[in-house]
Ligand binder design. Structure first.
Ligand code: COA
Length: 278
């Protein structure tokens, strides 16, 4: 498999960023018709506003396209299974060659979509737009954060700087909660992050039952004011730690060369509890 796809290299994590406009509406509708499963069609039919339906369609077409590039399984034939909490997993067809188990996660917001794919590890991703912050402002979400995060935010001047830090923390929290498959079911004050000044994480206090050393976090900004965070599980069962992040931009019609971004190193000295949080 080419280096431009999420091949079987278990140390490599791939991220696809795709704005809605990368897929015109007529093509999107046509692909959705052919590729999405019954459950996805069902959800798509229920949207009241066309822009929400379009957002959903582009995101789900992107997921199927990415999974097809990674596995070679045609888009319409991928079976996506969802946990009781709604986390999607790719169901491996019986008789498929053994390979490190693939994990993926999707996030979409206001015309932007992102899909992360890893092998042999859980991945979680979240995307938020700073330029489309809630009309109420961001102060209201801070009350769900851990005390040390609230204290840190209170030291920042209100406005741009505090909003940015607030949203960086939000995307990190969601990415972690989504990697765990718990989503908003995980209380956001039960774990915390210490932010590096511009980008990246200096410290992570995990919730009960998990360890700091089990995770690596990365932040990127694929477009100005568009914040993306990734939570990547360290290698388990012989899988190496994540060592490279390849970022693909646009709708992946072909195998365009991705951009490589450095990944921070996790703490090798911190043990990972057996089966933590599975
Ligand atoms: C996961 C969750 C945090 C997503 O929040 P969001 O910021 O609105 O959405 P994002 O765009 O970042 O992510 C949405 C995608 O995450 C994925 N997802 C859904 N549930 C997930 C979960 N529990 N864990 C990880 N990923 C999940 C899906 O691909 C979803 O896309 P879709 O809605 O188009 O199918 C939120 O939906 C949640 O907390 N879900 C869990 C609900 C739950 O616990 N239900 C129990 C039964 S009542």
């Amino acid at each position: 498999m080419s280096a431009a796809t999420a091949g079987p290299d278990p140390g490599t994590v791939h991220l696809w960023f795709c704005p809605n406009e990368a897929l015109d509406e007529a093509t999107g509708d046509m692909l959705a018709e052919h590729w999405l499963d019954e459950q996805e069609h069902d959800v798509a039919r229920r949207f009241v506003f066309p822009r929400d339906r379009r957002q959903y369609l582009v995101a789900h077409i992107l997921v199927r396209r990415v999974l097809s590039l990674v596995t070679g399984v045609p888009e319409a034939e991928a079976t996506i299974w969802r946990s009781a909490r709604g986390r999607p997993f790719l169901q491996v067809p019986s008789g498929a060659p053994t390979r490190p188990s693939l994990d993926f996660n999707l996030s979409h917001t206001h015309g932007c979509n992102v899909v992360a794919v890893g092998h042999g590890r859980r991945v979680g991703v979240d995307i938020e737009r700073l330029d489309r912050a809630d009309e109420r402002g961001l102060e209201w979400i801070v009350s769900s954060y851990a005390p040390e995060e609230r204290a840190y935010l209170a030291t920042l001047p209100p406005g741009r700087q505090r909003d940015r830090a607030t949203l960086r923390l939000w995307t990190l929290k969601e990415a972690y909660a989504k990697a765990r498959g718990l989503g908003l079911g995980l209380p956001f004050d039960s774990f915390s992050f210490e932010l590096a000044e511009d980008r990246g994480v200096l410290g992570f206090r995990p919730p009960e039952g998990d360890t700091e050393g089990r995770w690596v976090f990365a932040e990127l900004e694929p477009r100005p004011q568009v914040l993306v965070s990734l939570a990547l599980e360290q290698g388990t069962g012989g899988t190496p730690a994540p060592s490279r992040l390849l970022v693909h931009d646009g709708f992946p019609w072909g195998r365009a060369r991705p951009r490589e971004l450095p990944l921070p190193q996790a703490h090798p000295d911190l043990p990972v509890p057996a089966g933590a949080g599975r």
